[in-house]
Ligand binder design. Structure first.
Ligand code: TTP
Ligand code: MG
Length: 350
């Protein structure tokens, strides 16, 4: 059985505003919706009691909650805080699919600590080190983990285990099921289907003909089945190789020859996957077991083998080899798909 967490920060933009300005705490805080035609990005849970919510026109929010404190969004600050949270998550595992600025799936199937321990650790560290609350859902697939993180928001933690299925899902409104959007909800309601319990009466082909292709997934999901894997996040990957030398040496030419061969292998490996990197690191372990790593990051991606070899050469030239070397290695990081990079170039021309 897999172990999946879904984490989602609570009232994210509003929480950051409260973090930076303690005077806001206890008051209804609405981010966005300023200006004549502004739309609400989010609001804290106090403002939600007035009926304010994301995507609501600002003037309606103002009407519902006249004492609300409206704040212009500060995206740079939110992404800074988001990165701090994700640093904590990545320190636990790299099996992470970042879905948005405040939300991610984490696969912990292969970690030896139990899921409740890891969930609590994330909550505790985010609160202590960043200062905001995060809700965590624990289950055995992505669909149920996401449902669980939403269960006890804010500051929630919830497990959905196999023996709770399908009972726990039966009373849910159909709109709670990932893949059933607003239009589908209306359609289902119009024929008297309101709850998952009602949906369970229909066959896979019924749901497919009524909801389109996604109907088949919905059929599975309401039975607790979802085998989607985490979408690989290329950006946080790194590729590397290292090897212990047959004989310790401080001969620069020999060492560079080894590094060049390693670089070539890494380059062809990356190229086969259609990936490019910005950063190269060299690691050296000396015969007294001291280790150094040196790296350089360019502001653009390296495309051909020659680019990689030149950067490698620059890094190596700055390393002093005063002792015999026992082990040597290279890794590349800051990786992206080649197509993405081309798209970025293309969009920056527009
Ligand atoms: P959400 O996680 O959907 O919302 P939230 O974190 O504010 O509240 P919750 O406790 O229910 O998770 O979205 C994350 C951030 O994305 C949110 O703080 C603001 C932004 N956002 C918008 O700008 N517009 C939108 O319509 C939504 C839904 C979110
Ligand atoms: Mg959120």
């Amino acid at each position: 059985m897999r172990k999946i967490l879904h984490v989602d920060l609570d009232a994210f933009f509003a929480s950051v505003e409260e973090l930076d300005n303690k005077e806001l705490i206890g008051k209804p805080v609405i981010v966005g919706g300023t200006g004549d035609r502004g739309v609400v990005s989010t609001c804290n849970y106090i403002a939600r009691e007035y009926g304010v919510h994301s995507a609501m026109a600002g003037f309606i929010a103002k009407k519902l909650c006249p004492e609300g404190i409206f704040i212009k969004p500060r995206m740079k600050r939110y992404s800074e805080i988001s990165n701090q949270v994700f640093d904590i998550i990545y320190s636990i595992t790299d099996q992470v699919q970042r879905v948005s600025i405040d939300e991610a799936y984490i696969e912990i199937t292969d970690l030896y600590q139990n899921e409740m321990y890891i969930a609590k650790l994330i909550k505790k560290r985010v609160l202590k080190e960043v200062g905001i609350t995060i809700s965590v859902g624990i289950s055995y697939n992505k669909f149920l983990a996401k449902l669980a993180s939403d269960w006890n928001k804010p500051d929630g933690i919830k497990v959905i285990s196999e023996n709770m299925i399908p009972d726990i899902l039966k009373p849910l409104k159909v709109g709670k099921i990932h893949g059933i959007g607003k239009k589908s909800v209306q359609k289902l309601n119009s024929v008297g289907i309101f709850y998952v319990d009602d949906l369970l009466n229909y066959s896979k082909s019924n749901l497919k003909s009524f909801l389109g292709n996604v109907g088949e997934d919905i059929y599975d999901r309401i039975r607790g089945l979802d085998n989607r894997s985490l979408k690989e996040e290329v950006k946080n990957k790194s590729y590397g190789t290292e090897s212990t030398l047959k004989k310790d040496t401080r001969n620069r030419e020999k060492l560079f020859e080894i590094l060049k061969n390693m670089m070539e292998n890494i380059f062809y490996g990356l190229d086969k996957k259609n990936r490019v990197a910005k950063t190269i690191s060299i690691k050296i372990k000396f015969n007294d077991f001291s280790v150094i790593t040196r790296s350089k990051t360019l502001d653009h991606y390296l495309f051909n083998l020659n680019d990689y070899q030149m950067l490698l050469n620059r890094i190596f030239n700055e390393i002093d080899i005063k002792k015999n070397v026992r082990l040597i290695g290279i890794s590349v990081s800051n990786i992206d798909e080649k197509e993405n990079e081309q798209l970025n170039i293309f969009s920056s021309m527009n």
